[in-house]
Write a protein that binds this ligand. Structure first.
Ligand code: MN
Length: 207
């Protein structure tokens, strides 16, 4: 008999105060240890009665939501989504982030959006315009194009078969302790910690 696999909160690749002054330590700690943890816990609780689903990866669960029993489908959608989205968010930020966009991805961004500045502007506007709680992503679409997309709640591009490269959390819980209601200021500061090397790594490694 094998032990059921539990999903686990990933360790952050940096200290809680490492992204200051752009993301404050208290917000980051609560975001990681309370919000993200609760998505992991709720996902594990939902899967408890379904051992056949416990060996699936988070990506597999999200990509096959239609196969998930209806009784837990919404719970899995929200909490597997929350777990996936936060993990990408943590992993594409870094205290040693450089402003320089690596060449291959940079060329693709310029080809698609006109310039890096224009891309950042469109991405920031999309993040500012998320109504309520959601996320803004840079994705590679199923036909291989770069695109900026917004999602509500914890919905994410895996649900539509697209490949996410980077993401900003536009939920209030991502910024409110420091920025209060000033989401545009959080977004503007967030660019300082975007780890382009990690984003390009995602770009270069299709599943
Ligand atoms: Mn969040």
């Amino acid at each position: 008999m094998t032990m059921p696999m539990k999903h686990e909160l990933p360790k952050l690749p940096y200290a809680y105060n490492a992204l200051e002054p752009f993301i404050d330590a208290k917000t980051l700690e609560i975001h990681h240890t309370k919000h993200h943890q609760s998505y992991v816990d709720k996902l594990n609780a939902a899967l408890e009665k379904y051992p056949e689903l416990q060996s699936k990866t988070i990506e597999e669960l999200i990509k096959s939501l239609y196969d998930i029993p209806e009784a837990i489908r919404t719970t899995v959608r929200n909490n597997a989504g929350g777990h996936f989205s936060h993990t990408l968010y943590w992993n594409t930020m870094s205290p040693t982030a450089e402003e320089y966009v690596p060449e291959k991805l940079g060329k693709e961004i310029i080809g698609t959006f006109g310039s890096i500045v224009e891309f950042k502007d469109q991405f920031s506007k999309a993040a500012a315009n998320v109504f309520g709680s959601g996320w803004v992503w840079l994705i590679v679409t199923t036909n291989g194009k770069l695109k900026i997309v917004s999602t509500q709640g914890h919905d994410n591009p895996l649900m539509t078969g697209d490949r996410p490269l980077m993401v900003i959390d536009a939920w209030e819980h991502a910024y409110y302790l420091h920025y209060q209601n000033r989401r545009p200021e959080y977004i503007e500061n967030w660019w300082n910690v975007v780890d382009w090397k990690a984003v390009e790594k995602n770009y270069n490694s299709p599943e």
